[in-house]
Ligand binder design. Sequence first.
Ligand code: HEM
Length: 156
Amino acid sequence: MYDIAKLIHLVAGIVWMGGMTFMLLALRPAAMALMEAQPRARLMGEVWRRFFAIVLIAIAALFFSGTHLYTAAFKASKLASGVGSVPLGWNLMLVLGITMMLVFGHIYFAGFRKFQRAVAAAEWPLAAKAAGQIHTLVLANFVLGWVAIAAVRLVR
Ligand code: HEM
């Protein structure tokens, strides 16, 4: 069960981190360089709609698999030594992972909704502002994600 949970955890992490890598380092700079503001906003709206639905699924998978990995190891160490403990890096991953999920909640339920409403009403300055907020928060999650992964691998 531990191995299956870890596989699910890795797959979901790769999907989320890989999607952010593509969006931030390839799609967005290309769209900024080549497209006018309005078609770019429409494109990014459609990209985000699809990608954010995938992220919601990845988050559910990361949360349930991650808490399983964490509690299974905690219980095993308690059984073995009488005191339950996990490496500090795991606690960092727990805190950073949950922070990422809350940040994503803000992206999806605040920024993206605002963006969609602005595009539907053809209020382009508002749409650009909301897109800027989404970009900043995705960037924050991108950094947090790599820090969490480095922590779980490197911090004992
Ligand atoms: C509720 C939030 C989370 C919890 C409780 C959690 C928990 C854990 C635990 C306990 C491990 C270590 C498993 C082991 O070494 O056997 C782990 C590994 C990992 N986690 Fe998370 N995690 C969370 C969120 C995330 C997020 C948001 C990402 C990335 C988007 C992520 C990516 C990874 C990766 C790539 C590994 C594998 C590192 C390795 O090979 O040792 N996790 N996680």
